[in-house]
Design a protein around this ligand. Sequence first.
Ligand code: XMP
Length: 516
Amino acid sequence: MAQQRVAVVDFGGQYTHLIARRCRELGVYSEIVPFTKPLKEVLSGDYETLGIILSGSPRGVNEPNAPRIPAEDLLNVSVPVLGICYGHQLIALAFNGELEHGTMMEYGNTYVRVIERDVLFMDVPEQFVAWMSHMDSVVKQPPNFKVLALTERGAVAAMRHAERPIYGVQFHPEVRHTQMGKMILKRFLVDVCGFRCDWRPMDRVEELSREIAATVPPDEHVICAVSGGVDSVTTAVLLNRTLGERLHCIFVDHGLMRKGEPEQVVSTLRRMGIANLVFVRAEERFLSRLRGVKDPEKKRKIIGEEFAKIFEEEAAKIPRASWLAQGTIYPDRIESGSAGSGSALIKTHHNVAGLPAGLRLKLVEPLKDLYKDEVREVARKLGIPEEIVSRHPFPGPGLAVRIIGEVTEEKLRICRDANAIVEEEFKKAGVYDKVWQAFAVVTDSSWTGVMGDARAEGYVVIVRAVESEDGMTADWYRPDMDLLDRISKRIVNEVGNVTMVAYATTPKPPSTIEAC
Ligand code: XMP
């Protein structure tokens, strides 16, 4: 039986991922597809695509070069369609409704008034709070469409085609601020599209194992790059189930790991029954190449290149290996522009962008369609220790992206120790699992201090903690002041050569999560 799927069409909006995640939370497998892919193609293929969601966009529908779907494609689509925000406006435009720009815009929490109790609104009160973010508004529904709800300012908040299952909502049901938003989405998926809602990431273990077995022929070997994060460890353990001795894991310690991490990873992999594990100590190679380099992208490139070189050297020693396994997950592909709408490249995430070029290896990426929390569910199902499963994400280039300017041994020591303190204190306070990441950054600046009775010059360290669902957007975590105080005092007293600890209060966007 083909896998059921809802396709979320991406026009570059910031909530596209959230829509896809919410569908999966509701037990419906979702995939993001670029708007440039004709809907006919979206509906053909290996999946049983039972519904289409048109998502938001940073552009206005009437702007020249705004992303569009040809009206006739929308008219001819054979499955239910739900337009959200920009998607709602596109439907209005395609079916000859009336739109206005800049006269009825609404942002944040607003009230929506239901005027026709359609299936989507079975569970909401007559008036409910909904999250809005729009410049353009549908001021008159297209002919043959019914208005289901109005915005506070009188624009069309929701509408549907009189005979066909084509819906549009101006607000964002995927955003938590929208009252019963998830139920509205569920009504669309279950009652309008007919989804079974039986997709669970952990059920995928058997399916992923079958996929691996079908991909890698029985006499071929696979090399797996393990970084120590939950993604790569899960990839290795998953492959090990199917491949056993045919799997060769390579773990490169680039000297930029968290405190105690290399030892922990190696012992976990051994305990999980990985037979072939090469542990490469390469601290000196990386640090010597990073000497004097300040530019963040250059640092990332060097680490990526050096990693690729070492990897190639080690891989060449493994006979019969014709496959490379990587722990790439869904958001990695989207942020690096290799899936979805090809949004701007912000940083080189080198587990996607920097494959060893000289290696003629075929690629196997079993987790490529999963989000982080879904990977964690799979990891638990596989019996991977909780320490690794719930450990905060850590970037491939390691502490180098938490050190502003040159990576010196002194800054690296400060960064590693300060990061360990932040993690430890968040755990002790019972808030480690509440945040996406909590860490310390060593800046290139100094602050004059007074230690004992003498003047002291030391580094400025920035503590950053963020809440996020998938790392694509993030808000800064509001910590308890006593927790912050303990972290600050411990960093200054225990790490040494630090005279100021600051806390980062900028969300993503406009900042990124890591410092560089
Ligand atoms: P940024 O800093 O881009 O980070 O907002 C988003 C998420 O990705 C992680 N990150 C990386 N992961 N290789 C990785 O595998 C990288 O080069 C990299 N850079 C950032 C980061 O820790 C955060 O969770």
